[in-house]
Design a protein around this ligand. Structure first.
Ligand code: XLS
Ligand code: CA
Ligand code: CA
Length: 438
């Protein structure tokens, strides 16, 4: 078999002291943390689109790294891409991958031919999955790149476009089932608007829910038992996207009765684009019982767009894994590196450094989150902060035995009320202490 990354061997755990740049310092797949191996906790996935397809083009210039994999024929390229993908996953010890339909096979002029291409590629991917012991974390349909989706897909003004999108989702679900995918993602790439002057918002939202309902019904009918996910993002490519943030999506799913089948796929860079922290979005999903899966990446605090960088921020990774651990760990979800190397990182093998950085950052984040939880001081602090709800008037409010008049009477007797300090600085210092001095 052709070796697409000849300069890189298998990446192995060598411990924090190693000076080998092509080794893991923290990701030790079989190490036990909080009752599970790191591999079981982290469920790392490769994003097919960034890793195998994207060539580093931006609005000002063409690609800087070739992803043609030694062929000029698009289907031959797709086959080579698949071989290269499994070589890369094998070398990096990535257990899962995520894909769009268009990542694995190029679109043809007619849907029938496109589907035939997808079938051929799905057979190859199924074989490779077996050979290498890899799995699909989630599949999805690309409903945003083709010009037909310029007005949206499920939320397009044209019924024909809606129908085309539905046909694409149907096929992408079939592929996901065939490849035993654990999840299926809806990311509303163009499901939003540029201007309200030409937009029937209520109708578009209904249609978005209509397509999701069809997908759930069809997916369940062909044996898909995994989770459906919505991936919130506030903007880009459209000015305003309907799946703005976790709160908006949860409201939408509940409004249309989709909340039993859908969870959220939270992406770090999308959270910050929405003006939230990554942890805020994760917490919002978690407390609503909807934390499904995670797109692990990071933005740049000086840039206002979706830069999809490999995550290297240990604090962010720690708080992310804190939320995951507090949620009882991933069930069907995992950490998909929806991340790409910078445009100037133009060697095919640069991607290995990106993945190693991301995997080590999250492995370290997992260890530190576990340390914070086991330490217990943070939990105890929060518990004490709310102690007044454990007895007296607080308990009666929670029991439902105190009326609003009872509360008035209580305050009339008590006079003014006092609250203690939030001790934020103490806590921030405490976390640093736990993270850096063990
Ligand atoms: C783009 C999104 C996209 C989804 C899958 O910003 O992150 O890549 O994850 O369609
Ligand atoms: Ca994403
Ligand atoms: Ca992104």
């Amino acid at each position: 078999m052709k070796d697409f990354y000849p300069e890189v061997g298998k990446i192995r755990y060598e411990g924090a002291a190693t000076d080998n740049p092509l080794a893991f310092r923290h990701y030790n797949p079989e190490a036990l943390i909080a009752g599970r191996t790191m591999r079981e906790h982290l469920r790392f996935a490769m994003s097919y689109w960034h890793t195998m397809v994207a060539e580093g083009s931006d609005m000002f210039g063409v690609g800087t790294v070739s992803k043609k994999y030694g062929s000029s024929d698009p289907m031959q390229q797709a086959r080579h891409k698949a071989l290269a993908a499994f070589e890369l996953m094998d070398k990096l010890d990535l257990d899962y991958y995520c894909f769009h339909d268009r990542d694995i096979a190029p679109e043809a002029d007619h849907l029938a031919e496109t589907n035939k291409r997808l079938d051929e590629m799905a057979s190859l991917l199924a074989e490779l999955q077996k050979e290498y012991g890899k799995k699909v974390l989630w599949g999805t349909a690309n409903l945003f790149s083709h010009p037909r989706y310029r007005h949206g897909a499920a939320t397009a003004c044209s019924a024909d476009v809606f129908a085309f999108a539905a046909a694409q989702v149907k096929k992408a679900l079939e592929l996901t089932v065939q490849l035993h995918g654990a999840g299926y993602v809806f990311w509303g790439g163009r499901e939003g608007y540029e201007t309200l002057l030409n937009t029937n918002m209520a109708f578009e939202l209904d249609n978005l829910a209509r397509l999701m309902r069809m997908a759930v019904d069809y997916g369940r009918s062909i044996g898909f038992q995994g989770d459906f996910y919505v991936e919130p993002k506030p903007k880009e490519p459209t000015k305003h996207q309907y799946d703005f943030d976790a709160t908006a999506v949860i409201g939408f799913l509940r409004q249309y009765g989709l909340d039993k089948d859908f969870k959220l796929n939270i992406e770090a860079n999308h959270a910050t684009l929405a003006g939230h922290s990554f942890q805020h979005e994760l917490r919002t999903a978690r407390v609503n019982g909807m934390l499904g899966s995670i797109d692990a990446n990071q933005g740049d605090q000086l840039l206002g767009w979706d830069t999809d960088q490999f995550p290297t921020n240990v604090y962010e990774a720690t708080w992310c894994m804190f939320e995951v651990l507090k949620d009882g760990g991933f069930k069907l979800g995992g950490l998909n590196f929806d991340a790409k190397t910078r445009r100037a990182s133009s060697n095919l093998a640069d991607i290995f450094h990106g993945y190693i950085a991301g995997m080590d950052t999250f492995a370290l984040g997992l260890k530190l989150a576990d340390r914070v939880i086991r330490d217990g001081r943070l939990d105890r602090f929060i518990q004490e902060r709310y102690a007044s709800w454990q007895e007296g008037i607080g308990k009666r409010i929670l029991d439902g035995t105190a009326t609003i008049s009872d509360l008035e009477a209580y305050v009339l007797v008590k006079g003014d009320v006092a609250t203690g300090s939030g001790h934020q600085e103490y806590l921030e210092n405490l976390i640093n202490q736990m993270m850096f001095t063990g």
